[in-house]
Every structure is written in structure tokens, then in C-alpha cells.
Design a protein around this ligand. Sequence first.
Ligand SMILES: [Zn+2]
Length: 263
Amino acid sequence: MQDDINSLTDAEIELYARQLVLPGWDETVQAKLLAAHIAIIGIGGLGMPVLAYLAGAGVGHITLIEADRVDITNLHRQHMPQQADIGDTKLDVARRFIETRFPNCQLTCHAEMLTKDNAAHLLNGVTICVDCTDSLVARQMIARYSVEHAISHIFAGAVRHEGQISVFAPHNEAYPDSPCFGCLFPETASYAQAPNCAQAGISGPVVGMLGTMQANETLKLLTGIGTPLIGKLLLVDAAQARFDTINTKRQPDCKICSTNLAD
Ligand SMILES: [Zn+2]
């Protein structure tokens, strides 16, 4: 029997025991996580660690958007599928993984690509978009939706032994002049020619590390603990074990946020 909305059950207190003793992470914070609804777009090398850690931390409702099936070339970096799962949809694999470990996490699964036309329907009620796609076009769409709906966009990308991660929240008044994705990566003629993992290669640990960091940034926003990567771009060079953070700024001529950002 729960006393009030913030009370956790005995089972929840046991499940989350090791994070409930973290400084600043009390039962009220945990209740906020249980009430949260976030979306993960792309359930691959980035999305799988994001999903595992957010469901594990107790995020109550997660929308998954992914149209692909598991391929043998995915297994070196995607930890949820087994060999027997090759050919299954990534959504089914992810759902089985989460239902086995965290059956109380509510999953809403959409086996389709995010498009301009379905975004409002698929992302309805979501307060954070975790962008785990590998397509610049999809990232632009997520950026546009996030700006228009004043929700946070947690971006990461990885190729070869390198990666980058940032949190875009130009609506967040605590971070004036912070950019959206389009401010940093404006659409250009060479946009479609950016190398993907199939062409350039990708290190399994590197994409896993970036996905894990996206989960961490999401938890920072949900718990209020720490300082999120808003207005900053973290560059990772795993081959040299180098981490550099650069400050970023809103661009007044940005095609996404200069016209959509509410005053
Ligand atoms: Zn912008």
C-alpha cells in the first residue's frame, strides 16, 4: 500500500537500492523517474545501452522507434541480440531483453521510421528524445520536433574510434544561447555524403561508451543531478583516450531554431 504518489514499494526500494543511496537521489527523485516518458529513436549500438540503463534506472515509460532487423554484422557492438535472434526485429529483441529484466518498464514500440508526418503521433507525451540514429536526415527531424515542442534532444554519434555527444535544449532558460542540433550541424550539400558505420567502420566499445553517456545525460536531466552537456560538445577520441569539451552557441541564422524557438 502506497502512502502517497512518491512512495516506492518494498520491491522498488530493493531494486533501486544502490542508486537510492547516491547523493541527491532519494525516493522523490526515483518517483520522478518512474513517472517519466522518454523516447529512444534507433535501437542499435547507441540505443541498446541507452535502453538497458534507463530501464534499469527505473524510467517508467520508454517509446522505442526502430524499423530494422538484427543482422550478423550488428552483434559485435549490439549486446541485446543472441545468434538465434538474427533476422528478428530489433524491437522484438529489445522488448524480450527488457521484459526479462525490468518487467515494470512500460515499452511503447513503433516498428517504423520516424518521419515528418508520423513524428507528432509517435512522440506524443515524450519529454526527452534520445537520438540514437545514424542518419543526419533523421537527426534533423528529431531536432526540429524537439525545438518545436520545447523538449530536450540528447544527441550522440560515433564512427571508427571517434564519437561526439551533446544535449540540445535551446528552450531551457537556465542555458541562454545554447544551440540546437541545426546550429552545430547545418544542412549542407555534402550532408548526405557523411560516412556511415558500414563504410567507415565502427568500434564496438566506442559506440557502447557513447550510448552509455547518452543514458547518463538523460538521467542527469531527469534527476537534476550534475551538469548536463547543454551548450557543450564532448569529443571523444578513443584511440588516443582523449576527451575534449568545446563550448557551443546558438546560431542566429539556424534553419531550425531561429524560426521555431518560442520567445
Ligand atoms: Zn539552431
